[in-house]
Structure formats: C-alpha cells, structure tokens
Design a binder for this molecule. Structure first.
Ligand SMILES: [Mg+2]
Length: 442
C-alpha cells in the first residue's frame, strides 16, 4: 500500500497521519483518510534520523495491560511502606504523584491509588520484547535502560521503504498492537535533542526537533534540560544568575570553561544544540548488581553482613549464568537521609565468585559501619568481561581457592535442587528483611 504512494519530500505542509500513516498534503487539522487528529508535520520531518524511544510509564502500563480492572484507576508501582514510587501511571500523575517520591507522600497526594510492588522479572521480559522490535529496525540500538533506547536510523530507508519518521510511527503502532503498551518517540539530528523530544509530549508522543529551530528552542528552556545538569549544578549556575539555556548561549566557550571546567565545555556545545555523540550498538550491561531496601534502617555490621552475603550470591549467580565476570566491586549504601555512598575496589583479575565479591564488599563496608543508619545496601561488579580469565587459581591464598571450590560445589547443588537448597552460615534464615530492589522509570 505504501510503496504505491509518492515519496515524502521535505515540505512543511507535507506530513502524515500517525494512526493510518497516510501522507497529508494540506494543512487540515485531521487526517484526510481516517479523520485522526494525530498528525506529524515538520519542515525537517523526512531528513532526521536519530531517535530516542521511551515506553510510557512502563511498569504501570505493563500492569494495566495485564489487569484491565486497573485501566481507569490511579496506579503506583512501588515497594513496601518505606519504599519510593518506581512508576506512577498518568492518572496518578494528575494527582501529583511522581517517580522517586516517598510512598507515604504519594499516598497523601492520591489516597485512592492502587499500589502494586514491582515485578521486575515481568518488566525485563516485556522490555526485551520491545528491544527486539527496535533491533528489527536498525542494528544501531543503544539501550539506556530497560524501557528506552537511542536508535540511529540513517541508511535504513531502502530497507524499510520509508524514511525514519514513518518507521518510528509504524513502530509505535506495532508496539501498541503487539505488546499492548505505548511508547513516545523523539526524532532529531543528535542524541541530546532526540531524548529531549521524546519527553516532550508523553504519552504516545512523536516529537521532532530540527536543526533550524534547535538554538531558538533551547534558548527558552531551563538549564536542567542539559544532560548532566542536576539539582546541585543547577544551583551553582543559579548563583551565577543563569537559569535558562539562552543565557548560556551568550557566553563564550573559554568563559564557560574558565568558570565550570569540563562541564563548561559541555554547556557550551549542548546549549547550542551541538552534540557529536554517536549511537553505539551496545547490548552488554555495564555492571551487574543487586540491592535491597530495609523495612527499618540498619547500622550494625551484624545486620548488614548477612544481607551483603545474600546479595553477593545473587550477583554471582547472574554473572555465572551470563558467562561474564567483573573486575571492580562496587558497594552502594543509602543513608537514612537518602545520601548515596558508593565505594569501589578494583581486583587483580575479574571475578564471578560470590565469595570474592562478598569479601571485597566486606572490606569496603567495614569503613562505613560507623554508626550511620542505612536504608539500602547494594553490591555489584563493573568492568565486565567474559569469564575466560576470571578467578585464576590463587597460589598464594590457599583459603580463597578452597572457598572457590566449595562455591563450585554449592552451585552444582543449587542447579540440581534450586537456589535455596544451600545456604551459607551468613545467609541462613536471614532473608526476611529484604525488599525487591528499587527501580525508577518514567
Ligand atoms: Mg519510560
């Protein structure tokens, strides 16, 4: 059907309908074919190829898909009475509920909300289905998280028989029909603005930011739109009287670098819509970790160590399953007042052993157990590689070799009888205090 149509050309009056994909040749407000008001029009619509796709309120959308009774109710995905909001559906957002908000605040804002604990296994499964559909569009898919990715669609027009903008619109419809959730997409000439665009008209958005409008558009946006400008850095800029990106556009590169170091360089380029980063096809995880939030804050090593052990085993199990190993062990702690502490140590060789991860984590934890109360602990490894060179026999430390052998034996038993068949002295009977890990998503 589509091949028979004349090729789309760059013409401000020449858009398409996002519901039936029919080309539009005039400026009417509704599709000439199906009457839908969801029309895409932009002077650069058919020349842009960097996209950012983000699922809308992902966890909540998956739960609504699986339980239609929830469809018209405010829904919050989050864990435990001490937990935070992972995802709020759009109805809950109307009531002021936001991601990362403490649960008690969210329920103050929206007492009638239905709260469901996250089912990460399910979300990972659905996220993989969406990603597989992205990878059918282009090999250049760079995932940012479970439910969002950059795509470079340059050079795919011949494969798909249509330009990237239409490929994206078709993709959004396909995800809705085949998976039952919605996505928003942003289309631009660089990653920075593609991501900004996808966030622009959620849910079910398709937004375009072209080269011609980039500088003018950015001028009117707050500095926090710039990747890397968080609350703390925004406060620094605010002290200098800078709130809007337009103010940054008036400053020379040298001046910005003199004031803000390497960050000044980024401010200079991104404020002017200059972003040279390419889309990397990178399906590999950058780290493997596990974490848990406590029901009540914990301070003593006696309480924290068994949890650290259980988490180390979880991380190790994932590494072994994936056939990978990590060389840097990372300990993460969140204090009672939500301050994040991360500590890491590089090992001589990559590891996939629970015991090595745990022992290293213990050394890092020792320095942190100074009476501070923690609400969360996590452990993980980064610097990932395949496990070919992991954990070479350590001739010096015979103890560690014994532990490695014991761990191999335990793994074999667990494979045969299930994960809880063998518990170490550290974890025995200590599993009750833990929650599923906190995840945030928009
Ligand atoms: Mg999302």
């Amino acid at each position: 059907m589509f091949a028979a149509m004349p090729a789309p050309v760059n013409d401000p009056n020449h858009g398409f309908c996002r519901d039936c994909l029919t080309l539009q040749r005039d400026l009417s407000k509704r599709c000439v074919q199906c009457g839908s008001p969801r029309l895409a029009r932009h002077p650069e619509l058919y020349s842009l190829h960097i996209a950012h796709i983000d699922c809308d309120a992902f966890y909540a959308s998956v739960e609504k898909r699986d339980n239609p009774d929830l469809k018209d109710k405010p829904l919050i995905i989050g864990g435990g009475k001490r937990g935070v909001v992972s995802t709020a559906c759009y109805i809950a957002r109307i009531h002021g509920v936001r991601s990362a908000m403490p649960m008690f605040k969210a329920l103050e804002a929206c007492p009638q909300a239905v709260v469901i604990p996250p089912n990460m296994e399910k979300y990972v499964r659905v996220g993989r289905e969406v990603r597989a559909m992205m990878q059918a569009l282009t090999p250049l898919v760079e995932p940012l998280s479970i439910d969002e990715a950059f795509l470079d669609l340059a050079g795919t027009e011949r494969l798909h028989g249509r330009p990237p903008a239409l490929v994206l619109a078709q993709f959004a419809l396909d995800v809705e029909r085949q998976i039952g959730i919605t996505v928003s997409a942003g289309l631009s000439y660089c990653k920075f603005l593609a991501k900004v665009a996808s966030d622009f008209r959620k849910p079910r958005g398709l937004s375009v930011i072209g080269e011609a409008e980039a500088v003018g558009f950015l001028a009117e946006q707050p500095v926090t739109l710039i990747w890397g400008v968080g609350k703390a850095f925004a406060a620094v800029l605010e002290r200098d009287g800078i709130r809007m990106i337009g103010q940054l556009q008036k400053l020379e590169r040298n001046e910005l670098m003199r004031r803000y170091g390497t960050m000044g360089d980024r401010l200079f380029h991104l404020s002017r819509g200059m972003d040279q980063r390419v889309v990397h096809a990178d399906q590999e995880a950058k780290s493997v970790s596990a974490e848990t939030t406590f029901d009540t804050d914990l301070a003593s090593a006696a309480d924290l160590v068994p949890i650290l052990r259980a988490l180390s085993e979880k991380v190790s199990a994932r590494l072994k399953k994936a056939g990978i190993a990590g060389r840097t062990v990372v300990l993460k702690l969140k204090t009672q007042d939500f301050k994040l502490r991360t500590r890491n140590r590089q090992l001589s060789d990559p590891t996939r052993l629970a015991d090595r991860i745990f022992q290293t984590g213990m050394q890092l934890l020792e320095k942190e157990t100074d009476g501070t109360k923690f609400r969360l602990i996590g452990i993980g490894v980064s610097d990932l590689s395949d496990d070919a060179r992991a954990d070479p026999p350590d001739l010096v430390d015979t103890q560690s070799r014994k532990r490695a052998m014991a761990e191999g034996a335990m793994d074999a038993l667990r494979d045969k009888f299930g994960r809880h068949a063998v518990e170490t002295g550290y974890t025995f009977g200590k599993r009750r205090n833990a929650h599923p890990p906190e995840h945030l998503d928009d």
